[in-house]
Design a protein around this ligand. Structure first.
Ligand SMILES: Nc1nc2c(ncn2[C@@H]2O[C@H](COP(=O)(O)OP(=O)(O)O)[C@@H](O)[C@H]2O)c(=O)[nH]1
Ligand SMILES: [Mg+2]
Length: 317
């Protein structure tokens, strides 16, 4: 028997591990948690429904003018299971109605930051219990869609503050809401200005390159960063274009086809969120945001417990 033959016959079979992993992952399904932040009426619910091609979100903002403006503390959560070609995605949408609706928006970000941190600490508690579950359901927020008012001017000071705070605890993806209200020139100039402002205020938004990313991924990330913020249009209704129903908005002077790249950047956002970066959003939440939170908490815990141990010694015990 030649060496070649021995090698050929000694097939161990670990190359099937990818299939094994796939089988296991498919059985378990995926969990994706998104938080949407932005003023009432900017089209948050509509966009989420357009993104995931169904009527998912029912939490409403203000419906009637007489209705009181909701406080930002009212954070609503919707959970849905969507399936595509046998892949199960458990989608959690956290809606924050009322953000930035008030005249004085001082501290309006606090409930949102708290919500994100609370989820981190709930996960940490589960990790730390002695009889921990075999599989801890991932409740950490993987992505924050931040809706920018399509003013065409610049970011509001409050947006700058909030995006900065959010980017420290979560992957922030900014979008220009209702971008059908901007002309193409206005849109390009607005995007440019927002990018300049983000850079000026040193707001580091997702995606951020790490050692884990290879050259190809870094090149893709660079392209994404040049495109941010995505100028999107949402619609929950179909209009007929060339005999085919498409997601679109029809008005007196024409139709915006949401999925047409010449009309808006919705398709880029969807590809980015679901086709190219879904896994990275989930992973980077665990590796970066959660890890930072976790080590800070554990250090604090260690310090406080070592304080307790030392005290009897100090008392001369
Ligand atoms: N022109 C335009 N209107 C939109 C767009 N997205 C949503 N709307 C409309 O804006 C209104 C508020 O949308 P909604 O999704 O409830 O906003 P939310 O309060 O941010 O959740 C609805 O009448 C939508 O039909 C958009 O991209 N362009
Ligand atoms: Mg809504």
């Amino acid at each position: 028997m030649s060496v070649q033959e021995i090698l050929a016959s000694s097939y161990v079979g670990f190359d099937t591990i990818t299939q094994q992993i796939e089988h296991k992952l498919l059985k378990r399904g995926f969990q994706f948690n998104v938080i949407v932040v932005g003023q009432t009426g900017l089209g948050k619910s509509t966009l989420i429904n357009t993104l995931f091609a169904s009527h998912l979100v029912d939490s409403k903002g203000r419906l009637e003018a007489e209705e009181p403006v909701r406080s930002t503390t009212e954070i609503l959560e919707n959970s849905h299971i969507i399936t595509e070609n046998g892949v199960k995605l458990r989608l959690n949408i956290v809606d924050t109605p009322g953000y930035g609706d008030l005249i004085n928006n001082e501290g309006c970000w606090e409930p949102i930051i708290k919500c994100i941190k609370d989820r981190h600490s709930a996960y940490l508690r589960k990790e730390l219990t002695a009889m921990r579950e075999k599989y801890i359901q991932d409740t950490r927020i993987h992505c924050c869609l931040f809706f920018i008012n399509p003013t065409g001017h610049s970011l509001k000071p409050i947006d700058v503050i909030v995006m900065k705070k959010l980017s420290e605890v979560v992957n922030v993806v900014p979008v220009i809401a209702k971008s059908d209200s901007l002309t193409l020139e206005e849109r390009a100039a607005f995007k440019e200005r927002i990018r300049a402002e983000l850079a000026y205020h040193q707001i580091r938004l997702y995606p951020i390159d790490t050692d884990e990313h290879d050259e190809e991924e870094q090149a893709l990330n660079a392209r994404i960063r040049e495109m941010i913020p995505f100028a999107v249009v949402g619609s929950q209704t179909n209009v007929i274009i060339d005999g085919k129903p498409v997601r679109g908005r029809k008005n007196r002077y024409g139709v915006v086809n949401v999925e047409d790249e010449r009309h808006c950047e919705f398709v880029y956002l969807r590809n980015f969120l679901t086709r190219t970066h879904l896994q990275d959003l989930i992973e980077s939440t665990a590796l970066n945001h959660y890890e930072a939170f976790r080590s800070k908490q554990l250090l604090a815990l260690k310090e406080s417990s070592s304080g307790k141990v030392q005290s009897p010694v100090q008392n001369g015990a």
